[in-house]
Ligand binder design. Structure first.
Ligand code: NDP
Ligand SMILES: Nc1nc2c(ncn2[C@@H]2O[C@H](COP(=O)(O)O)[C@@H](O)[C@H]2O)c(=O)[nH]1
Length: 324
């Protein structure tokens, strides 16, 4: 298999067919709904909270609420539905999660999207949860992950997952690759490609996005949606705590498998980073949309489909080109 990552790839421009980038449509249908851009904020406690989830849903962005405030999940789904908004939540695979799913079904509280959020998604326990959710609440659009192989994608799909999430270890605050020696860190884009070739359903590229152009590259190699943590953290509205260090303002961004999330140092596979505080999240999302419109114009089309067909070259560390 050819191995490469985001920084090693350049997409090759085609003749432009629009007069303005504003003609390019970045919308994506994902499950039962259509969203403005193929981007979803990571379901992490320093990236999303209830206020942001409401804002994302109101503004036609996809979101996935994290699973770390377990008791808040049912009131959250009800609150979103009372406001006429879609509900998208995460679950784990521990025994009590079966009771949670059973309660959703019995009380007819049906989130439009559920994501099974586990580090090593290619496992019998995750496959069991996929089958259980599909049996109890077949109407919900079920995302399962994370995996890093075509076999993982196919097994989750065959068990009933409607989409799979690909990425084991490429994240900014991930230390899985260092602590275990495993993962797709350093070749995440190649992993997206091999998983997408095997997939019959949509995949979400999760982790390792460092520049807006990486979104277009993910789409080129087969992703339908791109999950982003660090680039969407540390904004004015972000839930991470604010810290002032040497007179500069930062916001916390920590891994879901870090001791900051877990409250103990056990099976730690994540760390914390202080990210310099930036402006409004809505401005970053608009910029992502504009950059993606530009990507579509370079691809020679009017919508995301154009990006999927472009040629590319592998040039190691090409994007920096001596500029760093
Ligand atoms: N995308 C990525 O690369 C990674 C993401 N994460 C994120 O961190 C959070 C915590 O993840 P996770 O630890 O899976 O969730 P949990 O701590 O909720 O673990 C889920 C269950 O899976 C078991 N489990 C976890 N890892 C393994 C493994 N390698 N082999 C066998 N059983 C396992 C756990 O048992 P036990 O704890 O006893 O082993 C537990 O019963 C999630 O939000 C996840 O997305 C974490 C690491 C990598
Ligand atoms: N190995 C770990 N991966 C983690 C942890 N917490 C979250 N994640 C993954 O990272 C992405 C976000 O990546 P980014 O490069 O955009 O910052 C997130 O969606 C998870 O899949 C963790 O503690 N360990």
């Amino acid at each position: 298999m050819e191995v490469f990552d985001y920084e090693d790839i350049q997409l090759i421009p085609n003749k432009c067919i629009v007069s303005s980038r504003s003609e390019c449509n970045t919308q994506i249908q994902f499950g039962p709904r259509t969203f403005r851009i193929p981007v979803v904020p990571a379901n992490m406690q320093t990236v999303i909270n209830e206020e942001l989830a409401i804002w994302f849903a109101e503004n036609d962005y996809f979101y996935i609420m994290h699973r770390f405030d377990e008791a808040a999940r049912i009131p959250f789904v009800k609150m979103m539905h009372e406001r006429g908004l879609f509900a998208s939540i995460s679950v784990g695979i521990k025994d009590y999660e079966y009771n949670f799913v059973r309660q959703l079904a019995e009380e007819n509280i049906i989130p439009e999207y559920i994501t099974i959020d586990v580090a090593h998604g290619h496992s019998e326990d995750v496959l069991d949860m996929v089958r259980f959710i599909k049996e109890m609440i077949p109407q919900t659009f079920l995302i399962a992950g994370n995996v890093g192989t075509p076999e993982g994608v196919r097994e989750l799909e065959n068990a009933g997952a409607d989409a799979t999430k690909v990425g084991v270890g490429p994240g900014r605050v991930c230390i899985t690759k260092l602590k275990t020696g495993f993962g797709t860190g350093g070749w995440q884009l190649a992993a997206i490609r091999s998983c997408a070739k095997a997939a019959r359903k949509p995949i979400i590229a999760d982790g390792g996005i460092r520049h807006h152009g990486d979104i277009a590259k993910s789409i080129r190699f087969g992703a339908s949606m791109v999950m982003i943590g660090s680039l969407l953290a540390a904004h004015e509205e972000s839930p991470g705590r604010t810290r002032v260090i040497d007179g500069r303002t930062y916001k916390e961004y920590f891994g879901s498998a870090s001791e900051y999330q877990k409250g103990e140092h056990k099976n730690v596979e994540g760390k914390i980073e202080m990210i310099a505080a930036r402006g409004k999240l809505s401005d970053t999302l608009i910029e992502m949309e504009q950059d993606l419109q530009s990507s579509i114009s370079y691809a020679g089309g009017r919508d995301l489909e154009a990006i999927r067909k472009v040629d590319y070259v592998v040039v190691r560390n090409s994007i920096f080109n001596g500029d760093r």
